[in-house]
Design a protein. Structure first.
Length: 312
């Protein structure tokens, strides 16, 4: 396939592009930093400069593309949510997606599939309810952001593209995402859950996240929301207990929620609340997870051998 990717040098996009090239696809990356593309790719990748805001020669790369994968967006949890930061988070998703879809619509040979990143923040903070793709939108900044983001992506359906909205949870790997931020206390034998501890963590190993994207590319029956999470979400208490076991470190020192809110403001609610999200569509449509449960996933991340319980 001829595939165009935005966000192709990031934590997920870089690994995705390497995998796509390894499978023989032709990959073009729209990027602000073309020098990073050759450094991260394991094969021939076409880098095309754009800024995510303005029309330009980059649009020609969309002509004749089979699919577009849009992973662009400023990192959600890298800074306190000031008004300026919220504008950056919103504009880097909503305006960028609007620009991309408009450019796609103007091609004479338009992409057949459009996979657009989103997040389980769409569902807002929730209790113990199991949330599948049919659940309603929740409340809060992230829910509003995801709604606006997805609305721009769905405009691609107006010219016949199959649109997949990839609602992603916590992606697990060592070289990015939330997991490295959680490791430091454990390395100093002072790890523990973020309180209250009973909030749900909907996670996915990066291998499965990439696997879901590649599966959705070639699965014509999959469209609309697709929860990119593993089938077995866990509570924060359980997540940290398993993480400590894999690292051979105790998980005994809780992080009080008021301290996070004091330090991070509204962003702190991202860590002190959660959602119990289920990948119903992926399961129903036949995707087979490499890591459906947490301990084997974390052991794969840290290259720790499986326990007898998981090898039996």
């Amino acid at each position: 396939m001829n595939i165009v990717v935005t966000g192709g040098t990031g934590f997920i996009g870089g690994a995705l592009c390497r995998s796509l090239v390894g499978e023989g696809h032709r990959v073009s990356i729209l990027t602000r930093r073309p020098e990073q593309v050759s450094a991260k790719a394991d094969g021939p990748v076409n880098s095309v400069t754009w800024n995510g805001r303005d029309q330009g020669p980059w649009e020609e790369v969309l002509e004749g593309a089979d699919a577009v994968i849009n992973l662009a967006g400023a990192p959600i949890a890298d800074a306190r949510w000031t008004d300026a930061r919220k504008r950056l988070l919103t504009d880097s998703r909503v305006l960028t997606t609007r620009l991309l879809v408009r450019a796609m619509s103007q091609r004479s040979s338009k992409p057949a599939a459009f996979i657009n990143a989103s997040g389980i923040g769409f569902y807002g903070a929730s209790d113990d309810r199991r949330l599948d793709e049919g659940a309603a939108r929740g409340q809060g900044f992230l829910a509003d952001l995801c709604l606006a983001w997805e609305a721009e992506a769905l405009r691609a359906a107006e010219f016949g593209a199959r649109v997949v909205l990839l609602r992603t949870g916590m992606v697990l790997e060592q070289d990015g995402g939330a997991l490295p931020k959680m490791l430091l206390p454990f390395q100093f034998f002072a790890g523990g859950p973020i309180m209250p501890g009973n909030q749900w963590v909907s996670w996915i190993h990066r291998r499965d996240h990439i696997g879901l994207i590649q599966w959705a590319l070639t699965k014509p029956t999959v469209s609309g929301p697709l929860n990119a999470v593993a089938p077995e979400p866990v509570t924060m208490n359980t997540f940290c207990e398993v993480l400590g076991r894999v690292l051979h470190r105790p998980s005994w020192l809780p992080v009080p929620s008021f301290a996070l809110k004091l330090l991070l403001g509204e962003l702190g609610t991202l860590m002190t609340t959660g959602q119990r999200v289920i990948p119903t569509k992926a399961i129903t449509e036949g995707y087979r997870f490499h890591y459906p449960t947490l301990e084997p996933a974390l052991r794969a991340v840290f290259k720790k051998p499986l326990s007898a319980e998981h090898t039996a």
